[in-house]
Design a protein around this ligand. Structure first.
Ligand code: SAM
Length: 274
C-alpha cells in the first residue's frame, strides 16, 4: 500500500514531539501564558464533572491532562501520532485506569466523533488555524459540543500579523493577508511549512454568531508586551503585578490588536431555540 503523504503541519509536530515540553520548560513568558490560560479555562469550564471533555490539537497533553487532574474525563485528538504517543505515556503513568479516547486525526475530519458528545472542547496552540478548511472544522467542533457545552480555542491574531509584512516591505502581501487572514507558518525545513488562517476579533464574533454560539469571553494573549520584556517576569512580585494588570486589560477591545494570539470561549445554547 502506498505510504500516506503527511501534511507539513503533521511532519513538523511529529519531529518536535519528543522535545516539545522542554521547549517551554522554565521560560518565564510561557509559564505566564500557561497560568493565564488555566485561569481563563477555570472561568468558563462547566462545573459538572460528569461532562466529557476533548483536547483538540492536544500536543503532549498539557491541557487534557490538567482536566483529568481536575476530575474531568477527557479525550485527546491530534494530527501528530508522535504527540499522541507522548500523551499515552503520560496517561499510563499518571492515570492508569483512564478511559481516554486517543484520536489520531486532524480537525478536518471529525466524522468519527458523535454529535453533542462533549461538554468542554479545548484547542490550545492554534490548531484551528492550520486546518485546511477552518470554517468547516469550526462547524464540526460545534456539532460535537453538547447543549450547554463550551468551546475554547486560541487562534493567531490577524491584527498582530501585519507587522511581518511591514518588516518585509511587502505591501501586496499585506493587502492579501488583510483580506483573507491567510499566510504561511514558516520553519527552516520547507517541507514542514504549512498554510495558516489567522483571525480578527470581529471574525471570531461572526463565526460564533453564525453557529448560534454565545461568546462568553474573548481575550488577547498576551495583551501586554510580556514576551519582549520577559526579564520582568523572573521576579515573583513583578510577575504577580503583571498577571493582575494583564487580566485587567486582556479583554479590552483596544488591547486585542497588539496580542499575538486571541483566545475565545463560546457556549452552545442549552436548549435549541425556535
Ligand atoms: C502548538 S501545539 C499545542 C499543543 C497543546 N495544545 C499545548 O497547548 O501545549 C499545536 C498542536 O496542534 C496539532 N495540530 C495542528 N493542526 C492541527 C489540526 N488541523 N488538527 C489536529 N491537530 C492539529 C499539532 O500537531 C500540535 O500537537
Amino acid at each position: 500500500m502506498a505510504k500516506r503523504e503527511r501534511p507539513g503541519v503533521e511532519r513538523y509536530h511529529d519531529r518536535v514531539a519528543g522535545i516539545y515540553d522542554t521547549i517551554y520548560e522554565g521560560n518565564p513568558y510561557w509559564e505566564m501564558v500557561f497560568t493565564l490560560t488555566w485561569r481563563h479555562v477555570r472561568k468558563v469550564l462547566p462545573a459538572e464533572q460528569s461532562i466529557r471533555c476533548l483536547d483538540v490539537g492536544c500536543g503532549t497533553g498539557r491541557w487534557g491532562l490538567k482536566l483529568w487532574k481536575s476530575g474531568y474525563a477527557t479525550d485527546f485528538l491530534d494530527i501528530s501520532r508522535k504527540m499522541l504517543d507522548q500523551v499515552e505515556r503520560k496517561l499510563a503513568r499518571d492515570f492508569p485506569s483512564n478511559d481516554a479516547r486517543i484520536l489520531h486525526t486532524g480537525l478536518d475530519d471529525l466524522s468519527e466523533l458523535p454529535s453533542a458528545a462533549y461538554g468542554f472542547v479545548i484547542g490550545q496552540g492554534d490548531p484551528l488555524c492550520s486546518a485546511q478548511r477552518p470554517e468547516r472544522a469550526f462547524k464540526e467542533l460545534t456539532r460535537i459540543l453538547a447543549p450547554g457545552g463550551v468551546l475554547m480555542m486560541s487562534v493567531d491574531n490577524t491584527l498582530a500579523g501585519v507587522r511581518h509584512f511591514f518588516r518585509e516591505e511587502d505591501l501586496p502581501g499585506l493587502k492579501r493577508f488583510l483580506k483573507t487572514g491567510r499566510t504561511h507558518w514558516v520553519t527552516d525545513a520547507e517541507e514542514e511549512q504549512y498554510p495558516i488562517k489567522t483571525f480578527t476579533p470581529d471574525e471570531i464574533r461572526a463565526w460564533c454568531a453564525g453557529r448560534g454560539l454565545e461568546l462568553l469571553s474573548l481575550i488577547g494573549k498576551t495583551a501586554l508586551p510580556l514576551r519582549r520584556y520577559q526579564a520582568l517576569l523572573k521576579d515573583r512580585a513583578s510577575r504577580e503585578t503583571l498577571l493582575r494588570l494583564e487580566e485587567s486589560l486582556h479583554a479590552k477591545e483596544a488591547m486585542l490588536g497588539g496580542a499575538a494570539h486571541l483566545e475565545f470561549a463560546a457556549r452552545k445554547p442549552a436548549v435549541a431555540s425556535g
